[in-house]
Design a protein around this ligand. Structure first.
Ligand code: SF4
Length: 398
């Protein structure tokens, strides 16, 4: 039977709600290439390589895409629109396996956190934060982080490597599998938003992040609107405009301080790209408007950055930028050098920002019982580096 004879049989069932139980595990010894994270063109090349005739490759790539990203298939055998021979040929060389779930925690408030282990044994975290009628998945972009923001637990973990596009997409697939949210819903969904706000600085791994986000935005697959995706940066100024122009997702900026001397300490990349340059890049961010505001994240640290004078300075700094504030009560981790601002201080701060015309919701602490801030699940198994040993200069020259 030719490899692309087609079966003609159409299944109405995809991976569906059983996907979680079918989820395979990437084995270190499994040398097969994952198809997750490949572009349509790359899928077409792989199909050609397993013997699909050139005139059928486009159509087959479209089907494959549909099975992987619309149906959530975890094995080729479920792809009933393809011949058994093609399915077997694909399975021989390729895999759709998800990363292994090394640990998982659920908070009483519904927040859910996965520690995912990739084929090389490296681990990252993803966190799902449910709201009433939707939910955001916080996705990691690197194993560890080159930056060493002093309030961030990931900043205490050594930078190991960038994630591949497939490893970024796979974080979303694992969450989808566990909620059985396949095929991709056209209406309301539990996993309605993505925030690139997990471990790592996404603009230091731009190519893989952009490739992954294009995959999740593709209308024939997961089909998440760019309006539902937010990329958070510590302030990699030269990449900000490109990110807006090329992938057009929402921008969030980890600001956290209104003076360079303090931001140099809290977000050390500030030494290379100080506040004025960062805000200038925000003013130029393509697509920013009153309908698509830039989010400034501001972690509330007791006695450090939470005074009324800080709030007034913040309002002056962001004047003219279509912006909203996200005030984040600090979620302490063992050994953290800061405390969370008291509720009264946060309220006073928010009131000043509100009076200036900026929305400043205080992010409700989520998942405190499972330490849901990024980097905290992983810490159990990873030795922390000494902050003094971190060569910040080297990190910033990336
Ligand atoms: S806040 Fe982000 S950029 Fe800073 S150390 Fe943590 S993960 Fe890295």
């Amino acid at each position: 039977m030719p490899i692309d004879a087609g079966s003609g049989a159409r299944s109405r069932s995809g991976a569906g709600g059983d996907a979680a139980s079918e989820t395979a595990t990437i084995k270190g010894e499994d040398q097969r290439e994952s198809l997750i994270g490949l572009t349509r063109e790359e899928l077409a090349e792989r199909l050609l390589a397993v013997g699909v005739p050139a005139d059928k490759v486009r159509m087959r790539a479209k089907q494959l895409w549909h099975w992987i990203y619309h149906r959530g298939a975890v094995e080729f055998d479920s792809m009933t629109t393809m011949s058994a021979a093609l399915r077997a040929a694909l399975a021989e060389r390729h895999t759709l396996a998800r990363p292994e779930t090394a640990a998982e925690q659920r908070s009483a408030d519904g927040t859910r956190k996965w520690l995912l282990r990739f084929a090389d044994g490296r681990e990252v975290e993803s966190v799902y934060i449910p709201e009433e009628d939707r939910g955001a998945l916080c996705i990691s972009s690197q194993v560890g982080c080159t930056l060493s923001c002093t309030f961030c637990h990931t900043g205490t973990q050594r930078m190991v490597r960038n994630l591949e596009a497939g490893e970024i997409v796979a974080q979303f697939l694992v969450a989808r599998d566990s909620y059985g949210e396949w095929p991709s819903p056209r209406g309301p969904r539990l996993l309605s938003n993505i925030v690139m706000m997990g471990m790592g600085e996404p603009l230091f791994n731009y190519d893989n992040v952009a490739k992954a986000l294009r995959i999740v935005m593709d209308p024939e697959g997961i089909a998440l609107s760019r309006r539902r995706i937010t990329l958070s940066t510590a302030g990699v100024v030269p990449m900000i405009e490109r990110c807006g122009a090329e992938i057009g997702v929402g921008l969030a900026v980890s600001l956290h301080a209104v003076r360079d001397d303090l931001r140099d300490e809290l977000v050390p990349i500030n030494r290379k790209y100080p506040i004025a340059e960062l805000l200038e890049a925000c003013r130029r961010y393509p697509g920013a408007s009153n309908a698509r505001r830039i989010t400034f994240e501001y972690v509330m640290l007791k006695g450090v950055n939470d005074s009324e004078a800080d709030a007034r300075a913040l309002v002056r700094l962001i004047a003219g930028i279509p912006a909203k504030l996200n005030l984040i009560p600090f979620n302490p981790w063992p050994g953290a050098p800061y405390e969370c601002s008291p509720p009264e201080a946060i309220e006073r701060f928010a009131a000043i920002v509100n009076r200036a015309g900026y929305a400043a919701p205080v992010r409700a602490p989520r998942g405190r019982d499972i330490q849901a801030a990024c980097g905290q699940l992983k810490s159990a198994s990873v030795p922390r580096r000494s902050r003094r040993a971190v060569d910040i200069g080297e990190a910033l020259s990336l």
